[in-house]
Design a protein around this ligand. Structure first.
Ligand code: SF4
Ligand code: SF4
Length: 149
């Protein structure tokens, strides 16, 4: 059986460009899921071993990895100037807002636009390019995109 693919967006055109100085997506309530590769990359970026990084920053369950949530903020790596691990940020941060669930439903895309000022700005995005990013998100976090039979 082949894995489900991201559906073509309901929108005919998409504009997006991340806004300098904005950190809104990092302050939304929700978990920051990471992949095994994300863990290794982020650990290297902060000069820690993956094991030490995991012990300090990661919650591991049987089917997922996520950053430990600090008190009073959503992400341990969010600082006043923005993301302190920007070059090594997790896949879900890098692929936002081109997540399958946002791309496939205009209502969700518009909801994301209420906190992401980059949505609707900048040049037109090629639908195929956006879907490719959504596919990367889907395959990085398969447990989040299980399709019920
Ligand atoms: S890892 Fe960086 S981009 Fe991702 S939520 Fe944390 S601060 Fe934001
Ligand atoms: S909320 Fe949107 S504009 Fe702001 S940092 Fe996130 S992706 Fe960029």
């Amino acid at each position: 059986m082949s894995a489900p693919k991201t559906r073509r967006p309901e929108m005919e055109s998409i504009r997006f460009t991340c806004q300098r100085g904005c950190i809104n997506c990092c302050t939304q309530e929700g978990r920051i899921y990471i992949t095994e590769d994300d863990l290794v990359r982020a650990a290297k970026f902060v000069s820690m071993t993956p094991k030490a990084f995991e012990k300090k920053h990661v919650v591991r369950t049987s089917h997922e990895l996520r950053f430990r949530k600090p008190r009073k903020k959503q992400c341990p790596f969010l600082v006043a100037s923005g993301c302190s691990i920007h070059p090594a940020k997790p896949t879900q941060c890098r692929t936002f807002p081109f997540w399958p669930e946002l791309l496939e439903r205009e209502v969700e895309w518009n909801e994301a636009a209420t906190y992401c000022p980059g949505i609707g700005q900048g040049p037109l995005i090629q639908i195929a390019a956006a879907m490719e990013i959504a596919e990367e998100q889907r395959s990085a976090y398969p447990h989040m995109y299980i399709v019920e039979a």
